[in-house]
Design a protein. Structure first.
Length: 171
């Protein structure tokens, strides 16, 4: 969103969050089932599932930040990815998808780290959720103020006290 554009409405943001969550869960399921598949380079298996996790998790996080302008939008697909993998592993029969082996571990750890790095490094344009409230309870800032400054304070973050304002002219 550039200067002068209107921020997206609540309906668009809600739909964007829903699409991002569904996309994250779908990519987790696809990647988990593709972990044992892939070409062999010598005796080493190049897992399609690991490639899916390492490429799509950061990509979806950046997409989420672009659609919503928030870190929650960037992190929503990663949270859905983790929940889907937890659901795939919590079967009473004892089945594990992906399997607990080196490829499965690289898929899980690599996917989480790739997504977390993208969520951390992505630039956001609005608050935590952009749905009209801030989950952390911070006061809303007016445009042009720095983080940590009073909501309606000066842009440099330093309020002038009457003593530091200088000498007065007149009574």
């Amino acid at each position: 969103m550039t200067t002068g554009e209107r921020p997206p409405g609540r309906v668009f943001l809600a739909a964007a969050y829903l699409v991002l969550v569904v996309l994250g869960a779908t990519l987790a399921a696809i990647g988990a089932f593709l972990v044992p598949a892939g070409p062999r380079v010598g005796s080493f298996l190049v897992s399609f599932g690991v490639i899916v996790a390492l490429v799509t998790n950061p990509g979806v996080a950046v997409l989420g930040a672009r659609l919503t302008g928030t870190r929650l939008g960037a992190g929503a697909p990663l949270l859905a990815w983790l929940v889907m993998l937890w659901l795939l592993n919590s079967r009473p029969e004892g089945d594990r998808i992906p399997a607990f082996d080196v490829k499965g571990g690289i898929f899980l750890i690599g996917g989480v780290l790739a997504g977390a790095v993208a969520v951390t490094l992505v630039r956001t344009e609005r608050g935590v959720t952009a749905l009209g409230f801030n989950l952390l309870g911070a006061a809303a800032r007016t445009p042009g103020t720095k983080p940590g400054s009073p909501p309606n304070g000066p842009a440099d973050g330093h309020a002038k006290s009457p003593e530091s304002a200088g000498p007065r002219n007149g009574p």
